[in-house]
Design a protein around this ligand. Structure first.
Ligand code: MEV
Length: 435
């Protein structure tokens, strides 16, 4: 955090913020900062203007020529494991934040989300080629387990002192690949609060010579696996039919619709891809806002969704014995709190000051709950009136702004266009000039 005086924001805030959407961006930010207890410096970073100085950006990637801005909003109403969270989300798509906040509000009335996670264990792969005795090599590697783990842990004494480090190995055999038999050594590394890519890659490179000596094979690749199937986060929500009912649909009808929508995503990869995209609509914006690697999360999520051999839904929606709708989501979540852009990007650090999470596992769990909320929002709309009405209403606001509308004009022009189901800039211009 920049600045000298460091105020510790409060994690005991209330995420139910009335009228947030009716405020201007500056008013909203001030409101959120007030609720969470941010300093004016922290709040300014969230505004985004000059939040990432060019010299820091220049150190982050190569050939920097500038910064690229995206809107950051805050999803409200989330209660997760009995604690309230305001969730910063960076995303270009309208409806995402409104939908998450709306579903979180319904969930809140039913006790909110509950989450859990595995230990933060990442995998690194060390590929061995040139072996004619893959099973013999496997036996030798497993016999040298302690030696390999020790060598890996020599690379990161700090991680080991924090309770992490390489814990175990696995050896996978591929008897028949286009390039002959292969043996792949996996290092299973508890990376604690890091995303862990650098740590496990360093370990994989360090053990490679030893692995060659032990097996007589040739090591080729030494790299993490983004299928972080030992680093899972889970979220669960339970909703009563009453909480789901609208003026047009009973709760039971809503649940039937959501179950049928989920059923198709379970059996049909065409639908599963879209269904899972809806989940990632919730997850990616939090991953981006916290400076985490969204490509890693995406790769892990989709590989996990295909684990059974057929690409399927990441979430499950069921009806429990009491007639309530139960939604669950479990997926690999390699999110870190230390290192990478999470550490270097000042706005990402301010985002973490809003979230007030104590560990990378908590961050992963919160993000998973947002994914589940987003999925529920999409299914609820798709199972009933469809998404276009809500989507167009919000999209219309963007179009009104593009046409030059300000203040009250935005809502007026947006609602007129949405009602007429004619959302275009020239139409917005026409209404604006009439005004
Ligand atoms: C749009 O960004 C996401 C949805 O297509 C997700 C879904 O279909 O479940 C609405």
């Amino acid at each position: 955090m920049s600045g000298t005086e460091q105020k510790q924001p409060s994690a005991n805030y209330n995420s139910r913020v009335e009228g947030l959407r009716d405020l201007s961006p500056d008013e909203r930010r001030a409101k959120i900062a007030g609720i969470v207890g941010l300093t004016s410096e922290q709040s300014d970073l969230l505004r985004g203007v000059e939040a990432l100085p060019l010299h820091i950006a220049d150190g982050m990637i190569e050939n920097v020529i500038g910064n690229f801005e995206l809107p950051m909003g805050v999803a409200s109403n989330f209660t997760i494991n009995g604690r309230d969270y305001l969730i910063p989300m960076v995303v270009e798509e309208p409806s995402v934040i409104a939908a998450a906040s709306y579903m979180a509000r319904i969930a809140r009335g039913c006790g909110g989300f509950t989450t859990s996670s595995s230990q933060p264990i990442m995998r690194a792969q060390v590929q061995l080629t040139g072996l004619t005795d893959p099973f013999g090599a496997r036996a030798k590697l497993l016999g040298a387990r302690d030696e390999i783990v020790e060598k890996a842990n020599e690379q990161d004494k700090l991680l080991v002192s924090l309770g992490g480090g390489c814990q175990d190995i696995e050896v996978h055999i591929f008897e028949d690949t286009p390039a002959g038999p292969m043996v792949v050594l996996h290092l299973l590394v508890d990376v604690r609060d890091a995303m862990g890519a650098n740590t496990v890659n360093t370990m994989a490179e360090a053990v490679a010579p030893m692995v060659e000596t032990i097996t007589g094979g040739k090591v080729r690749m030494r790299i993490l696996s983004n299928l972080a199937d030992r680093r899972l986060a889970r979220a669960r929500v339970e909703l009563t039919p009453q909480a789901l009912a609208t003026k047009d649909f009973t709760g039971e009808e809503m649940i039937d619709g959501i179950l049928e929508a989920c059923a198709l995503a379970i059996v049909d990869p065409y639908r599963a891809a879209t269904h899972n995209k809806g989940i990632m609509n919730g997850i990616d914006p939090v991953v981006v806002a916290t400076g985490n690697d969204w490509r890693a999360i995406e790769a892990g999520a989709h590989a996990w969704a295909a684990q059974s051999g057929r690409y399927t839904s990441l979430s499950r929606w069921e009806r429990d014995g009491s007639g309530n709708l139960v939604g669950t989501l479990e997926l690999p979540m390699a999110m870190g709190l230390v290192g990478g852009a999470t550490k270097t990007h000042p706005a990402a650090r301010a985002v973490l000051d809003i979230l007030q999470v104590k560990s990378a596992q908590e961050l992963a769990e919160v993000t998973t709950a947002v994914g589940l909320a987003q999925n529920m929002a999409a299914l609820r709309a798709l199972a009933t009136e469809g998404i276009q009405r809500g989507h167009m209403a919000l999209h219309a606001r963007n179009i009104a702004i593009l046409a030059g509308a300000t203040g009250e004009q935005i809502s007026q022009i947006a609602s007129e266009m949405a009602q007429a189901k004619d959302v275009r800039v020239d139409r917005a211009n026409e209404i604006l000039s009439r005004m």
